[in-house]
Write a protein that binds this ligand. Sequence first.
Ligand code: ZN
Length: 282
Amino acid sequence: MIRPFMRFPEGRERALTLSYDDAVHQDKKLIDIMNRHGIKGTFNVNTGNPYWRGEGGGHHFCIREMKEWYLDNGHEVAVHAVSHPFLEQLPTASALMEVLEDRRNLEQELGIIVRGMAYPMGTTDDELVEALGHSGIAYARTIVSTGRFDVPTDWLRMPATCHHNDPRLMELWEQFMAPYANSRKTPRLFYLWGHAYEFDNNDNWDVIEKFCETAGGHDEVWYATNIEVYDYVQAYERLQWSVDMKRVYNPSVIPVWFYATEWPSNTTGCYVVRPGETLELK
Ligand SMILES: [Zn+2]
């Protein structure tokens, strides 16, 4: 019987994604750094900020700047609620309106479909999570730092690996890249979050410069936005297996990779199942 383990695109074992909030003008500098090193991320936007429909050049991004900086550079735009409230403290209907109105504003003005979200202040509760499950939001990021590289399972309470101010940042990256005992099995996701204005406030742009310089440009790392990671994991989970696991069908439009060990022979291999393909495993 084979034992499969998800691999990211091209059979990669690792993925990196960033998540930055509030659509502040410092995102320009951050995106310049990310782009230089081929790093992708998600930017979470409050469409209630007074700059939203403005001319640009303010403290926050206007619509035109979002297109130019986020979308044209291949990054993701996601919901952060219209007015940045503590959502779980609002009546659920009003919290949902904050989310859906933000989603609709972004979709209408940017001409995209928005399914990602970061909770303002990172806070949520069970009732809100349940409501979000009916709002078309696929994942929502908290501000919980795990110091780990697990691929998320509870997508509406999604934690991060760490914030960029975490003193362990570079040490965590080293751990992430190091081979370890079960490296042939478990895929790893490094998830970094923060606000770009913090680099000005703390005068520490060197932290993200150094991180991106170190983290970028590795063939064995998939650089993806949050929703790309989500969609890929969903495609993997939707693979249809024969009960003896000798045949696998990919009904999605995304090529899916997995690594497999065969028990008891212990032979191993990395496989790809193309969209619409049924793969026969020997
Ligand atoms: Zn925020």
